[in-house]
Design a protein around this ligand. Structure first.
Ligand SMILES: [Mg+2]
Length: 452
């Protein structure tokens, strides 16, 4: 219990408030300064403060805080790279540009603990600088857990990763690592040692993979072992990468960057795969995948409801005003849905054509009916102007409280039947089990009967 509390404390201590990014640009060429400042401000949204000498940089550092510094190596009053010592004294993570690359300089930079160095090699330099700056700034959104029983080895890794602007958590054992992972759901990458007394890195990797896939969490193994089979074992257990000690920090940095880049690409692809391209709402596949999961994990004491919404006379809008106007109507209705929905409670999606669905968590039949009524009214009030014509749209909605033990598809079918009744009873209305007696006309009797 105490260990779990400890894990939570470690997790919460590492929580940082979002701060706006400020970059110190130290460069004596006015043309380069102007170009870099403009591009960095435009592309990263950071505030860029410029100075052209060692003395001016010192004055800035004494008065302000910076997320990172970008500096040329040789300045008029700092001919031998003294600027690096100054930035080091103020503890500002630094990216260096250098006119030429040589192995000796690389060694020197590694000792100065700078983030990265960029060789000025023509037109691509500016792009490389921007890419590096954007990467360092975006690193703050990623959390890495470092697991190692040896304090010095652990702090070495932590220092390299913190310098790269990652949020870093530490665990001194496999057990503590599992507790932190359970307490903190936002860890994207784990760097783990192999030899640890309570559980080795191989076992830790295997245990993490029982609940987290490599699409959610990357694992990088590290070991000073001389066993050359170790990397294969780690990778087979589910690790994404492995590094033998001793390593140069740049190698670790590159491997971490590659894994973070892979995660970003997966996140981006998943976002696009889940999205309805036209409206930006979730798409049909995402709706079914997520709601089936939410329903399967719902306990009987938590109710939920599901609604299907259809735009009235949509074909007529398309036929009269053209498909472009139809698309704008779809987008307008989607925006109204997104605005009315509370992100943690309501989940809206476009099922296809002019049909939308809503999944309402912790919402019973009464609450669901009144929520859908609010949605209906809001859409009724919208007006869109097309070729000097005002188009107003209305929607019909069928909504049911989901029945525990019933398949989600059957619940959705029931909502669909109610939608059919709402349509056949005049449109622009919400039908739920609460309105059934009203719906029970001779014409609808067979459809109502099908609901039971
Ligand atoms: Mg160890």
């Amino acid at each position: 219990m105490a260990a779990r509390k400890d894990a939570r404390r470690i997790a919460s201590e590492a929580t940082r408030e979002a701060v706006s990014n400020r970059i110190l640009l130290i460069e004596d060429s006015p043309a380069m300064t102007m170009l870099l400042r403009q591009r960095m401000e435009e592309e990263t949204g950071a505030e860029v403060i410029c100075c052209d000498s060692h003395a001016a940089a010192r004055a800035c550092l004494e008065n302000e805080q910076f997320t990172l510094a970008l500096t040329g190596l040789n300045l008029p009053d700092s001919p031998r790279g003294e600027i690096l010592a100054l930035l080091g004294d103020f503890g500002v993570p630094t990216i260096v540009f250098t006119a030429m690359f040589d192995p000796e300089a690389r060694e020197r930079y590694a000792q100065k603990k700078i983030i990265d160095y960029i060789v000025k090699d023509g037109p691509r330099t500016v792009e490389t600088v921007l890419h590096t700056v954007a990467r360092i700034l975006s690193n703050s959104a990623f959390t890495i857990l470092v697991v190692d029983d040896a304090r010095s080895a652990r702090s070495g890794l932590v220092e390299i990763l913190k310098r790269q602007n990652f949020r870093v958590l530490e665990a001194h054992s496999g057990t503590q690592a599992l507790e932190i992972i359970e307490a903190e759901d936002k860890i994207e990458l784990v760097v783990t040692d192999y030899h640890m007394p309570d559980m080795d890195g191989y076992e830790l990797t295997r245990r993490i993979r029982e609940t987290r896939s490599s699409e959610e969490m990357r694992i990088v193994g590290v070991s000073s072992s001389t066993d050359r089979w170790l990397s294969a074992s780690f990778l087979k257990a589910g690790a994404c990468d492995f590094i033998y000690r001793p390593f140069v920090p740049e190698e670790l940095q590159c491997r971490i960057d590659n894994n973070i880049e892979t995660l970003k690409q997966i996140q981006r692809l998943r976002y696009l795969a889940d999205r309805d391209y036209l409206t930006g709402l979730s798409n049909r596949r995402c709706f079914f995948e997520k709601t089936r999961h939410m329903e399967a994990t719902r306990t009987p004491e938590h109710c939920s409801s599901v609604a299907i919404l259809d735009i009235d006379h949509f074909k007529k809008i398309n036929d009269t005003y053209g498909h472009e106007a139809g698309d704008r109507v779809l987008k307008m209705v989607a925006d109204a849905l997104a605005e009315t929905c509370a992100p943690a409670k309501h989940f809206a999606a476009r099922l296809g054509g002019e049909e939308f669905a809503l999944y309402l968590r912790n919402t019973d039949a009464f609450q669901a009916h009144s929520f859908c009524e609010k949605v209906r009214q809001q859409i009724e009030e919208l007006v869109m102007e097309v070729n000097n014509h005002e188009i107003a749209v209305t929607v019909s909605i069928g909504v049911v409280e989901t029945e525990t033990g019933e398949s989600f598809d059957n619940n959705l079918n029931a909502a669909d039947q109610l939608l059919y009744l709402a349509k056949s009873s005049g449109r622009n209305r919400v039908y739920s089990t609460l309105t059934l007696p009203e719906a029970m006309t001779a014409a609808n009797a067979s459809a109502v009967a099908e609901l039971f």
